[in-house]
Design a protein. Sequence first.
Length: 367
Amino acid sequence: MALRITSDKGHVEGTVGFQAKEQLLTSGHLQVRAHKAKSQFLTLPLNLYLEILSHFPVLPVPSEDSRQYDAAIFLSRKSTLFALCKTCRCLRSVFRKHLYQRVEVYDGMLTGNGPLPSIQDLESSKPRDFLDRKYTVELVRQLETVTIRDPALAQYVNTLNVTIVDRSPLNILVELARCIALLPNLYTVQLLFTTPSAINVASIFKKYQPYRQIRNICVAWQGIPFLAACPNAQRIAPYQGKSYQGFLSQIILSCQHVKRLGYILFEPETPERISNSLIDLDDITLDYSAFLRGYRYLSPLSTLYLQTIRIISLPRSEDSVRDKQDQEWISLSARLLRACPKNDSTKQEKRVLLYHLGSCVHQFIVH
């Protein structure tokens, strides 16, 4: 059924595209023409509204691969929130902040103008300017909505998950750097790139840094210099658990308050560098490169107040070989946690988490 809307600039009737309606809503011009009946929605407790919202999941960040999720679910969430915001003033006051919590442009995302092309399509297509432009236009549209059309929406944004695909991404990065500074409650950032070459990210963000509000970061290797702009970051991970040259060095240099450290490649001096520089660390991820040299090599980490060790299991080993290896690593991790001093400020139990193919398959409590 066609939607009938009114605005203070005249009447607009007919079927209106999602993005056009969103622009009217943010401008304050959109009003649903109510029936003359006096019926209206009853106000429900906030926890019931949040229960409704919990049935519409969001894309996890960090996300290993957005393609493994059903993109229609995430579009359904946004469409539902948008409809609730239009229903009445009461529901709008509850759901509006949830509608604009996330700025997202990712592989395969469904938008008002159809799905974004897959990254594989971008990499295999020679005349890719048109495909690149779809990502860029969607990102600019969302940033414009929360910073220009209605700057009051900027306070609601707490997650930024974007993929930069433009072959000449400098202009879009400059705009992104400017907008991040306008998002006071932005806590989580996932920044990905498809360009195969390095980008001078540090110089682009330098004008607006530091972004003291950001706490959680996941970056591809091209985005490592972005860490320099986030001195208060507490959870840091490389995209898709890949080891990047210079990743740990940038963290030690710029983010010394980190508490949870994702996958890094362990080199001869890595445990000592971590124990000397990241004294607030209580959650670390280890893989075969960390365990190969044995407990003595990892023992410098025992000076930290570690609460959690995450183990990345070998993905391609036979089950029997992998199970034996996992048990050895679990025992070594438990020994390391027992040697760490107790943190009296938390009641959390020390634990070892075992991951296989990106999912946590076992949890072991260490006593």
